[in-house]
Design a protein around this ligand. Structure first.
Ligand code: ZN
Length: 501
């Protein structure tokens, strides 16, 4: 438990750990060490027996797949959520409305033990307008499309106008401490590149996380960054900044759409004095409430053993949160519902959790894990996984289980293969909201999605339900239904073979 507790502390210390990328970088390090150590533990001089899934379970998982590939349920759920609730920023009345929606939807679909687990959080909102007032005033006046980053401050009522100190990258800004940025607007570049794994995000996101600290410490009046996204539309990408040791920005921090960032780069190259005027209304608004919405399919033999799946219910305030993370909500609710419709419930309980306040720092996920540590039910969670990377096809099945459970995961992987899914390694993260559980030792499964175009829409006004391709969504539901059913049904201890720490 030493490594686990230490990891949990790391999770707690990082105010913002969003997306799948940081999770990997954090967890692979520590969890990976443990699994490598286990995998090579030699026991006896006998060949290993591959795990065999009983024929009736294979037949059931095949039937689930066939049903899922024809089912409209996930798309119906996402459409309903984004139409009737829309944006659902953590801690706002919109998020509360989403919780009411979640409870009703779970009940309508026949889930059991439907409930909300509330928790408190610090509320940040954009203020009066989604579109802040931002204008390039010199040398070539024209409007700019920019948006406050989560956690940023407001300008004075009359607004702010200042010259731009241009830095082509996060590293350039960090390295160049000679340039006086006092009274200026700091602009930081760095362009994100698209990849199936979304791996370009973490690197490009460094400027969003903590460039505000350097800018503020060096006397800047505002921070502007190039959008952390791959879109060439004039939609700027928002997202929460990091707040080490609880420090909060006193300056506005904004993200500029890619075409507008290009404009700033071109003007900067001329060497002329560039000025921007801005008016923003963002700020922290004290305490508010959020909550995790839970629904279950109670297991027929071991109801106390839990397979936990889900997505997050909150979204950014600009789009309707269809991909992030209406998709995860729809995929996991639909997969569980298909399992609930089987003639016989699986052996263990399937718990679907729609986490609150993920985008603002995994607040719901931490509240969930903390409660289970306190009431000592954490070890009842036999395996977990979250869907939070849009609605692109699943292409890889990863895991993070004990060495003795690997053969069973490989067997599940073979069942998933006809869906075009390859077997990944055993060092996977379970998704953002699974981080606190994983850090505390809960085994994980992972259905990696194709994120090639995810950052075209992610955290922008363009994250809307029309971006979802139905056949890809159906493939997701098929993979999730099969994985979840088998995880809940098979007689496997997913922790087996892990070294006690
Ligand atoms: Zn998300």
């Amino acid at each position: 438990m030493i490594v686990s507790l230490r990891m949990f502390r790391i999770v707690q210390e990082n105010t913002i750990l969003e997306g799948n990328f940081m999770i990997r970088s954090l967890l692979i390090g520590a969890m990976g060490l443990a699994s490598v150590a286990c995998a090579h533990a030699q026991k006896e001089d006998v060949p290993p027996t591959p795990f065999v899934i009983p024929a009736e379970n294979i037949a059931t998982s095949q039937a689930l797949k066939e049903t899922a590939l024809k089912s409209d349920l996930a798309l119906d759920i996402i459409t309903d959520l984004t139409t009737k609730v829309g944006p659902r920023l953590a801690g706002t009345p919109q998020e509360e409305k989403a919780r009411t929606w979640g409870v009703e939807k779970f009940k309508e679909l026949g889930f059991e033990n439907v409930r909300v687990e509330p928790f408190e959080l610090d509320l940040w909102t954009r203020g009066r307008s989604v579109y802040e007032e931002v204008t390039l005033t010199a040398p070539y006046p024209q409007p700019l499309y920019a948006i406050s980053l989560g956690g940023g401050a407001a300008t004075p009522e009359e607004g702010t106008e200042a010259s731009v100190a241009y830095f082509k990258s996060y590293d350039a800004f960090k390295a160049n401490t000679e340039t006086d940025v006092t009274g200026k607007i700091v602009f930081v570049g760095d362009r994100m590149t698209a990849a199936r794994t979304g791996e370009g995000y973490g690197w490009a996101n460094r400027k969003r996380r903590d460039a505000w600290i350097m800018a503020e410490d060096r006397g800047a009046v505002a921070l502007f960054i190039r959008s952390v996204g791959t879109s060439s539309n004039r939609f700027a990408h928002t997202g929460m900044m990091s707040f080490p040791e609880g420090r909060r920005p006193n300056i506005p921090a904004l993200s500029v759409s890619n075409p507008d960032a290009d404009q700033i780069e071109r003007i900067s190259a001329t060497g002329e004095d560039m000025k921007i005027r801005l008016k923003t209304f963002a700020g922290w608004r004290g305490k508010s409430m959020s909550g995790n919405v839970i629904g279950e399919i109670v297991g027929r033999e071991n109801p106390e053993e839990i397979v936990i799946i889900g997505g997050h219910l909150d979204s950014w305030d600009t789009g309707t949160g269809a991909l992030d993370d209406g998709a995860g909500v729809g995929i996991t609710m639909a997969a569980a519902k298909l399992i609930a419709d089987l003639p016989e419930k699986p052996r263990r309980t399937i718990r679907v959790v729609l986490f609150g306040a993920e985008e603002v720092g995994l607040v719901g996920a931490r509240a969930y894990a903390k409660e289970r540590m306190e009431d000592e039910t954490l070890d009842n969670h036999v395996i977990g996984s979250e869907s939070d990377f849009g609605a692109g096809e699943v292409w890889r099945f990863g895991s993070n289980v004990g060495a003795d459970a690997l053969s069973a995961m490989d067997a599940i992987g073979r069942e998933l293969a006809p869906l075009g899914i390859i077997r990944g390694n055993n060092k996977s993260g379970g998704g953002p909201d699974m981080m606190p559980l994983q850090a505390a030792g809960v085994p994980m499964g992972r259905l990696d999605q194709n994120g090639e175009d995810y950052f075209e829409f992610h955290h922008t006004p363009n994250d809307t339900v029309d971006k979802i391709e139905k056949s890809e969504l159906q493939q997701n539901v098929a993979a999730w239904a099969m994985f979840t059913y088998l995880a809940a049904e098979l007689d496997v201890d997913y922790r087996a073979g892990r070294e006690e720490e």
